[in-house]
Design a protein around this ligand. Structure first.
Ligand SMILES: [Zn+2]
Length: 419
Protein backbone atom coordinates (compact mmCIF):
# COMPACT_ATOMS: atom_id res chain seq x y z
CA UNK A 1 0.00 0.00 0.00
CA UNK A 2 1.19 3.49 -0.77
CA UNK A 3 2.39 5.72 2.06
CA UNK A 4 0.73 8.75 0.46
CA UNK A 5 -2.41 9.92 -1.30
CA UNK A 6 -3.21 13.01 -3.38
CA UNK A 7 -5.64 15.61 -2.03
CA UNK A 8 -7.12 18.81 -3.46
CA UNK A 9 -6.18 21.84 -1.37
CA UNK A 10 -9.47 23.57 -2.20
CA UNK A 11 -12.25 20.97 -1.86
CA UNK A 12 -10.36 18.35 0.15
CA UNK A 13 -11.20 15.49 -2.24
CA UNK A 14 -8.77 12.61 -2.31
CA UNK A 15 -7.85 11.46 -5.81
CA UNK A 16 -7.13 7.82 -6.56
CA UNK A 17 -5.17 8.31 -9.72
CA UNK A 18 -3.67 11.70 -10.49
CA UNK A 19 -0.56 12.58 -12.41
CA UNK A 20 0.29 16.26 -12.93
CA UNK A 21 -3.35 17.26 -12.80
CA UNK A 22 -5.86 19.47 -11.09
CA UNK A 23 -8.82 18.10 -9.14
CA UNK A 24 -11.92 17.00 -11.09
CA UNK A 25 -13.95 19.96 -9.73
CA UNK A 26 -11.37 22.61 -9.01
CA UNK A 27 -9.31 23.71 -11.99
CA UNK A 28 -7.63 26.53 -10.09
CA UNK A 29 -6.14 24.77 -7.08
CA UNK A 30 -2.98 22.72 -6.61
CA UNK A 31 -3.15 19.12 -5.45
CA UNK A 32 -1.13 18.14 -2.39
CA UNK A 33 0.63 14.97 -1.37
CA UNK A 34 -0.84 13.71 1.88
CA UNK A 35 1.58 11.43 3.68
CA UNK A 36 -0.07 8.86 5.95
CA UNK A 37 2.67 9.30 8.50
CA UNK A 38 2.21 12.76 10.01
CA UNK A 39 5.46 12.35 11.88
CA UNK A 40 8.67 13.34 10.16
CA UNK A 41 10.90 10.26 10.02
CA UNK A 42 14.42 9.84 8.76
CA UNK A 43 15.35 6.29 7.89
CA UNK A 44 18.79 4.78 7.52
CA UNK A 45 20.84 5.51 4.51
CA UNK A 46 22.42 8.48 2.83
CA UNK A 47 21.04 11.31 0.82
CA UNK A 48 17.49 12.37 0.26
CA UNK A 49 15.76 8.99 0.18
CA UNK A 50 16.03 8.68 3.97
CA UNK A 51 13.11 11.13 4.32
CA UNK A 52 9.61 9.64 4.65
CA UNK A 53 7.81 12.62 3.06
CA UNK A 54 8.68 11.92 -0.57
CA UNK A 55 6.25 10.43 -3.13
CA UNK A 56 8.46 7.49 -4.13
CA UNK A 57 8.65 3.86 -3.05
CA UNK A 58 11.79 2.23 -4.39
CA UNK A 59 14.34 4.82 -5.53
CA UNK A 60 16.65 3.54 -8.25
CA UNK A 61 19.41 6.14 -7.93
CA UNK A 62 21.66 7.50 -5.21
CA UNK A 63 20.84 11.15 -4.55
CA UNK A 64 22.90 13.41 -2.29
CA UNK A 65 20.97 16.12 -0.45
CA UNK A 66 21.57 19.79 0.30
CA UNK A 67 24.37 20.94 2.59
CA UNK A 68 22.79 22.84 5.48
CA UNK A 69 25.22 24.61 7.81
CA UNK A 70 25.32 27.48 10.27
CA UNK A 71 26.91 30.56 8.77
CA UNK A 72 29.55 32.62 10.51
CA UNK A 73 30.90 34.74 7.64
CA UNK A 74 27.76 36.18 6.08
CA UNK A 75 25.95 35.98 9.43
CA UNK A 76 28.66 38.14 11.01
CA UNK A 77 28.44 40.71 8.23
CA UNK A 78 24.70 41.00 8.61
CA UNK A 79 24.69 40.75 12.40
CA UNK A 80 22.54 37.61 12.35
CA UNK A 81 22.88 35.17 15.23
CA UNK A 82 21.10 32.19 13.68
CA UNK A 83 21.67 32.18 9.94
CA UNK A 84 21.57 28.75 8.34
CA UNK A 85 22.54 28.29 4.72
CA UNK A 86 21.16 25.52 2.53
CA UNK A 87 23.87 25.26 -0.10
CA UNK A 88 22.72 23.38 -3.19
CA UNK A 89 25.69 22.85 -5.41
CA UNK A 90 29.22 21.55 -5.59
CA UNK A 91 31.54 22.21 -2.68
CA UNK A 92 33.11 18.85 -1.82
CA UNK A 93 35.35 20.24 0.97
CA UNK A 94 32.16 21.04 2.88
CA UNK A 95 30.24 17.94 1.80
CA UNK A 96 28.07 19.50 -0.95
CA UNK A 97 28.05 17.00 -3.79
CA UNK A 98 25.52 18.17 -6.40
CA UNK A 99 27.52 18.06 -9.62
CA UNK A 100 24.74 19.77 -11.55
CA UNK A 101 25.20 22.68 -9.10
CA UNK A 102 21.46 23.25 -8.65
CA UNK A 103 18.65 22.25 -6.29
CA UNK A 104 16.71 21.28 -9.40
CA UNK A 105 18.57 17.98 -9.09
CA UNK A 106 16.18 17.04 -6.24
CA UNK A 107 13.23 17.91 -8.44
CA UNK A 108 14.58 15.77 -11.28
CA UNK A 109 15.39 12.81 -9.02
CA UNK A 110 11.95 12.75 -7.37
CA UNK A 111 9.97 13.54 -10.55
CA UNK A 112 11.67 10.79 -12.59
CA UNK A 113 11.30 8.18 -9.85
CA UNK A 114 7.67 9.15 -9.25
CA UNK A 115 6.97 9.06 -13.02
CA UNK A 116 8.54 5.60 -13.32
CA UNK A 117 6.37 4.33 -10.45
CA UNK A 118 3.28 5.83 -12.15
CA UNK A 119 3.93 3.80 -15.29
CA UNK A 120 5.07 6.83 -17.31
CA UNK A 121 7.46 5.88 -20.11
CA UNK A 122 9.15 9.23 -20.71
CA UNK A 123 8.78 12.93 -20.00
CA UNK A 124 8.97 16.25 -21.85
CA UNK A 125 10.75 18.92 -19.80
CA UNK A 126 10.83 22.67 -20.50
CA UNK A 127 13.64 24.61 -18.89
CA UNK A 128 15.41 27.95 -18.80
CA UNK A 129 18.70 26.23 -17.99
CA UNK A 130 19.36 24.56 -14.66
CA UNK A 131 16.34 22.26 -14.78
CA UNK A 132 17.51 21.00 -18.17
CA UNK A 133 20.92 20.12 -16.80
CA UNK A 134 19.44 18.33 -13.79
CA UNK A 135 16.99 16.28 -15.89
CA UNK A 136 19.62 15.51 -18.55
CA UNK A 137 21.98 14.24 -15.87
CA UNK A 138 19.40 12.12 -14.05
CA UNK A 139 18.05 10.79 -17.35
CA UNK A 140 21.57 9.74 -18.36
CA UNK A 141 22.18 8.08 -14.98
CA UNK A 142 18.85 6.28 -14.61
CA UNK A 143 18.05 5.58 -18.27
CA UNK A 144 14.61 7.19 -18.00
CA UNK A 145 13.81 8.89 -21.35
CA UNK A 146 13.50 12.66 -21.28
CA UNK A 147 13.18 15.21 -24.09
CA UNK A 148 14.27 18.72 -23.11
CA UNK A 149 13.06 22.02 -24.58
CA UNK A 150 14.95 25.25 -23.88
CA UNK A 151 14.87 28.80 -25.26
CA UNK A 152 17.82 29.79 -27.45
CA UNK A 153 18.32 32.94 -25.34
CA UNK A 154 19.36 30.75 -22.39
CA UNK A 155 21.88 28.58 -24.28
CA UNK A 156 24.77 30.92 -23.47
CA UNK A 157 24.47 30.08 -19.77
CA UNK A 158 23.70 26.39 -20.23
CA UNK A 159 26.01 23.46 -19.76
CA UNK A 160 25.70 19.70 -19.31
CA UNK A 161 27.77 17.35 -17.20
CA UNK A 162 27.77 14.71 -19.93
CA UNK A 163 29.60 15.28 -23.18
CA UNK A 164 27.44 14.62 -26.24
CA UNK A 165 24.51 14.04 -23.90
CA UNK A 166 22.26 11.23 -25.09
CA UNK A 167 19.26 13.29 -24.01
CA UNK A 168 17.45 14.97 -26.93
CA UNK A 169 17.54 18.73 -26.45
CA UNK A 170 15.49 21.08 -28.61
CA UNK A 171 15.99 24.84 -28.57
CA UNK A 172 13.23 27.29 -29.48
CA UNK A 173 15.05 29.78 -31.70
CA UNK A 174 12.50 32.59 -31.68
CA UNK A 175 11.01 32.56 -28.21
CA UNK A 176 11.59 32.73 -24.47
CA UNK A 177 11.15 30.24 -21.62
CA UNK A 178 7.38 30.51 -21.73
CA UNK A 179 7.35 29.77 -25.47
CA UNK A 180 9.47 26.71 -24.69
CA UNK A 181 6.79 25.56 -22.26
CA UNK A 182 4.16 25.93 -25.01
CA UNK A 183 6.32 23.98 -27.48
CA UNK A 184 7.02 21.30 -24.84
CA UNK A 185 3.27 20.79 -24.39
CA UNK A 186 2.85 20.35 -28.15
CA UNK A 187 5.74 17.85 -28.25
CA UNK A 188 4.00 15.97 -25.45
CA UNK A 189 0.92 15.60 -27.66
CA UNK A 190 3.06 14.43 -30.61
CA UNK A 191 5.16 11.89 -28.71
CA UNK A 192 2.63 10.65 -26.15
CA UNK A 193 5.15 11.33 -23.36
CA UNK A 194 3.50 13.66 -20.82
CA UNK A 195 4.73 17.18 -20.12
CA UNK A 196 6.38 17.15 -16.69
CA UNK A 197 3.55 19.32 -15.45
CA UNK A 198 5.30 22.32 -13.94
CA UNK A 199 3.95 23.36 -10.58
CA UNK A 200 1.05 20.90 -10.94
CA UNK A 201 3.45 18.00 -10.47
CA UNK A 202 3.38 17.10 -6.76
CA UNK A 203 6.68 15.23 -7.11
CA UNK A 204 8.35 18.40 -8.35
CA UNK A 205 7.22 20.45 -5.35
CA UNK A 206 7.99 17.72 -2.83
CA UNK A 207 11.40 17.22 -4.44
CA UNK A 208 12.25 20.90 -4.09
CA UNK A 209 10.86 20.77 -0.53
CA UNK A 210 13.80 18.49 0.33
CA UNK A 211 15.66 21.69 1.23
CA UNK A 212 13.18 22.27 4.08
CA UNK A 213 13.42 18.61 5.16
CA UNK A 214 17.21 18.76 5.37
CA UNK A 215 17.11 22.16 7.10
CA UNK A 216 14.69 21.07 9.83
CA UNK A 217 16.65 17.86 10.29
CA UNK A 218 19.78 19.95 10.84
CA UNK A 219 18.35 22.90 12.81
CA UNK A 220 15.94 20.83 14.88
CA UNK A 221 13.05 23.25 14.30
CA UNK A 222 11.35 25.28 11.60
CA UNK A 223 13.19 28.51 10.78
CA UNK A 224 11.44 31.85 11.40
CA UNK A 225 12.30 33.03 7.89
CA UNK A 226 12.94 31.40 4.52
CA UNK A 227 14.77 33.37 1.82
CA UNK A 228 14.89 32.38 -1.86
CA UNK A 229 15.02 33.76 -5.41
CA UNK A 230 11.97 32.72 -7.44
CA UNK A 231 11.13 32.28 -11.11
CA UNK A 232 8.02 30.10 -11.18
CA UNK A 233 7.87 30.03 -7.38
CA UNK A 234 7.61 26.22 -7.36
CA UNK A 235 10.57 25.78 -4.99
CA UNK A 236 9.17 28.24 -2.48
CA UNK A 237 5.74 26.57 -2.61
CA UNK A 238 7.44 23.21 -2.03
CA UNK A 239 9.22 24.61 1.03
CA UNK A 240 6.00 26.08 2.38
CA UNK A 241 4.11 22.78 1.93
CA UNK A 242 6.84 20.92 3.82
CA UNK A 243 6.64 23.54 6.60
CA UNK A 244 2.90 22.88 6.87
CA UNK A 245 3.66 19.17 7.34
CA UNK A 246 6.13 19.98 10.12
CA UNK A 247 3.50 22.09 11.90
CA UNK A 248 1.04 19.21 11.66
CA UNK A 249 3.72 16.95 13.14
CA UNK A 250 3.88 19.36 16.08
CA UNK A 251 7.44 18.78 17.28
CA UNK A 252 9.24 21.40 15.19
CA UNK A 253 7.32 24.61 15.78
CA UNK A 254 3.86 26.07 15.38
CA UNK A 255 4.49 28.96 13.01
CA UNK A 256 5.17 28.93 9.28
CA UNK A 257 8.49 30.44 8.25
CA UNK A 258 7.91 33.85 6.66
CA UNK A 259 8.79 33.63 2.98
CA UNK A 260 11.09 36.38 1.67
CA UNK A 261 11.16 35.85 -2.09
CA UNK A 262 13.15 37.78 -4.65
CA UNK A 263 12.96 38.52 -8.37
CA UNK A 264 15.50 40.24 -10.62
CA UNK A 265 14.38 43.72 -11.71
CA UNK A 266 13.10 44.88 -14.11
CA UNK A 267 11.36 41.50 -14.72
CA UNK A 268 9.53 40.97 -11.43
CA UNK A 269 5.84 40.25 -12.17
CA UNK A 270 5.12 38.61 -8.82
CA UNK A 271 6.77 41.41 -6.86
CA UNK A 272 4.71 44.08 -8.64
CA UNK A 273 1.45 42.20 -8.16
CA UNK A 274 2.21 41.52 -4.50
CA UNK A 275 3.08 45.17 -3.87
CA UNK A 276 -0.34 46.13 -5.22
CA UNK A 277 -2.07 43.51 -3.09
CA UNK A 278 -3.21 41.72 -6.25
CA UNK A 279 -3.76 38.00 -6.70
CA UNK A 280 -3.53 38.49 -10.48
CA UNK A 281 -0.40 39.39 -12.42
CA UNK A 282 -0.41 42.49 -14.63
CA UNK A 283 0.22 42.13 -18.39
CA UNK A 284 2.65 45.08 -18.48
CA UNK A 285 4.89 43.26 -15.97
CA UNK A 286 5.04 40.19 -18.25
CA UNK A 287 6.45 42.03 -21.27
CA UNK A 288 9.07 39.66 -22.82
CA UNK A 289 11.35 42.63 -23.55
CA UNK A 290 11.99 42.99 -19.83
CA UNK A 291 13.55 39.52 -19.79
CA UNK A 292 16.49 40.61 -21.93
CA UNK A 293 17.38 43.16 -19.22
CA UNK A 294 17.87 40.77 -16.29
CA UNK A 295 20.98 38.81 -15.41
CA UNK A 296 19.17 35.72 -14.10
CA UNK A 297 17.45 34.13 -17.08
CA UNK A 298 16.54 31.08 -15.00
CA UNK A 299 14.03 33.32 -13.20
CA UNK A 300 12.34 34.46 -16.40
CA UNK A 301 9.09 32.53 -16.68
CA UNK A 302 5.98 34.47 -17.67
CA UNK A 303 3.86 31.66 -16.19
CA UNK A 304 4.71 31.75 -12.49
CA UNK A 305 2.59 29.79 -9.99
CA UNK A 306 1.37 32.95 -8.31
CA UNK A 307 -2.42 33.22 -8.65
CA UNK A 308 -3.37 29.53 -8.43
CA UNK A 309 -4.87 28.38 -5.11
CA UNK A 310 -2.00 27.05 -3.06
CA UNK A 311 0.47 29.15 -5.06
CA UNK A 312 2.87 31.96 -4.20
CA UNK A 313 0.17 34.54 -3.35
CA UNK A 314 -1.35 32.19 -0.77
CA UNK A 315 2.05 31.12 0.59
CA UNK A 316 3.06 34.75 1.13
CA UNK A 317 -0.29 35.62 2.66
CA UNK A 318 -0.46 32.84 5.24
CA UNK A 319 3.22 33.02 6.13
CA UNK A 320 3.23 36.81 6.50
CA UNK A 321 6.06 37.05 3.98
CA UNK A 322 6.97 39.45 1.22
CA UNK A 323 8.42 39.92 -2.26
CA UNK A 324 11.62 41.78 -3.08
CA UNK A 325 12.95 43.28 -6.30
CA UNK A 326 16.70 43.08 -6.89
CA UNK A 327 18.64 45.16 -9.44
CA UNK A 328 21.40 43.53 -11.50
CA UNK A 329 24.14 45.38 -9.58
CA UNK A 330 22.78 44.04 -6.29
CA UNK A 331 22.78 40.52 -7.77
CA UNK A 332 26.48 40.78 -8.58
CA UNK A 333 27.18 42.31 -5.17
CA UNK A 334 25.34 39.44 -3.49
CA UNK A 335 27.45 36.89 -5.38
CA UNK A 336 30.67 38.71 -4.48
CA UNK A 337 29.69 39.11 -0.82
CA UNK A 338 28.90 35.43 -0.50
CA UNK A 339 32.16 34.36 -2.13
CA UNK A 340 34.12 36.64 0.21
CA UNK A 341 32.18 35.69 3.34
CA UNK A 342 31.57 31.98 2.81
CA UNK A 343 34.27 31.00 0.31
CA UNK A 344 32.28 29.55 -2.59
CA UNK A 345 30.95 30.92 -5.89
CA UNK A 346 27.22 31.34 -6.55
CA UNK A 347 25.05 31.38 -9.66
CA UNK A 348 23.26 34.73 -10.24
CA UNK A 349 19.90 33.48 -8.91
CA UNK A 350 21.56 32.80 -5.56
CA UNK A 351 22.99 36.32 -5.69
CA UNK A 352 19.36 37.48 -5.80
CA UNK A 353 18.65 35.52 -2.61
CA UNK A 354 21.65 37.03 -0.79
CA UNK A 355 20.49 40.52 -1.83
CA UNK A 356 16.98 39.77 -0.53
CA UNK A 357 18.42 38.70 2.82
CA UNK A 358 20.45 41.91 3.11
CA UNK A 359 17.40 43.99 2.21
CA UNK A 360 15.14 42.18 4.69
CA UNK A 361 17.65 42.67 7.50
CA UNK A 362 18.07 46.37 6.64
CA UNK A 363 14.30 46.89 6.59
CA UNK A 364 13.93 45.18 9.96
CA UNK A 365 11.74 42.44 8.49
CA UNK A 366 14.31 39.96 9.84
CA UNK A 367 15.65 40.58 13.34
CA UNK A 368 19.10 39.68 14.58
CA UNK A 369 18.06 36.84 16.87
CA UNK A 370 15.64 35.22 14.37
CA UNK A 371 16.41 31.82 12.88
CA UNK A 372 16.88 32.26 9.14
CA UNK A 373 17.18 29.74 6.33
CA UNK A 374 18.85 31.13 3.21
CA UNK A 375 18.19 28.81 0.28
CA UNK A 376 21.18 29.03 -2.05
CA UNK A 377 19.55 27.30 -5.00
CA UNK A 378 22.71 26.96 -7.06
CA UNK A 379 26.44 27.39 -6.67
CA UNK A 380 29.89 25.91 -6.98
CA UNK A 381 30.02 25.94 -10.79
CA UNK A 382 33.51 27.51 -10.76
CA UNK A 383 34.56 25.01 -8.09
CA UNK A 384 33.25 22.11 -10.19
CA UNK A 385 35.26 23.20 -13.23
CA UNK A 386 38.46 22.70 -11.24
CA UNK A 387 37.54 19.02 -10.89
CA UNK A 388 35.55 18.18 -14.01
CA UNK A 389 35.02 19.36 -17.54
CA UNK A 390 31.57 20.74 -18.35
CA UNK A 391 30.09 20.72 -21.83
CA UNK A 392 28.20 23.03 -24.11
CA UNK A 393 24.63 22.05 -24.91
CA UNK A 394 24.26 21.25 -28.61
CA UNK A 395 20.56 21.32 -29.42
CA UNK A 396 18.40 20.96 -32.51
CA UNK A 397 16.57 24.19 -33.28
CA UNK A 398 12.89 24.69 -33.92
CA UNK A 399 10.45 27.58 -34.07
CA UNK A 400 7.84 28.44 -31.46
CA UNK A 401 5.36 28.03 -34.33
CA UNK A 402 6.61 24.53 -35.22
CA UNK A 403 3.86 22.28 -36.59
CA UNK A 404 3.23 18.71 -35.52
CA UNK A 405 5.01 17.58 -38.71
CA UNK A 406 8.04 19.79 -37.95
CA UNK A 407 8.25 18.28 -34.48
CA UNK A 408 7.93 14.71 -35.79
CA UNK A 409 10.62 15.28 -38.42
CA UNK A 410 12.96 16.86 -35.93
CA UNK A 411 12.55 14.13 -33.35
CA UNK A 412 12.99 11.35 -35.94
CA UNK A 413 16.14 13.03 -37.16
CA UNK A 414 17.39 13.71 -33.66
CA UNK A 415 16.61 10.32 -32.21
CA UNK A 416 18.22 8.49 -35.15
CA UNK A 417 21.29 10.62 -34.76
CA UNK A 418 21.67 10.53 -31.03
CA UNK A 419 20.36 7.17 -29.85
ZN1 LIG B 1 -10.96 20.12 -5.62
Amino acid sequence: MSHYSIRCRKCGNTLKKAYCAFCDHCTDSLLLTEYQDHRFVEGDGDGVWRFNWLPVHEPASVQPGPLVYRSHGLAGQLGLEQLFIAFNGYWPEKGALLETCTFKEFEAAVVLQNARENGIKGLIVASAGNTARAFAHLSAITGFPVIIVVPRMCLGEMWYLENASPVPTLAVGDGDYSDSIDVAKRIALTTGFPFEGGVKNIAKRDGLGIVMLEAVSKIGRLPDHYVQAVGSGTGAIGGWEMAERFIRDGRFGTRLPKLHLGQNLPFAPMMHAWDKGSRSLFPEDLNPELISLITTRVLSTRYPAYSVQGGVFDALTVSGGGMYGVQNEAVYAGMADFLAAEGIDLVPASGVAVAVLKDAVQKGAIRKSDTVLLNITGGGEARLRKDKPTHLVIPQFLSKNATEKDIEDLLCHYLKKSL
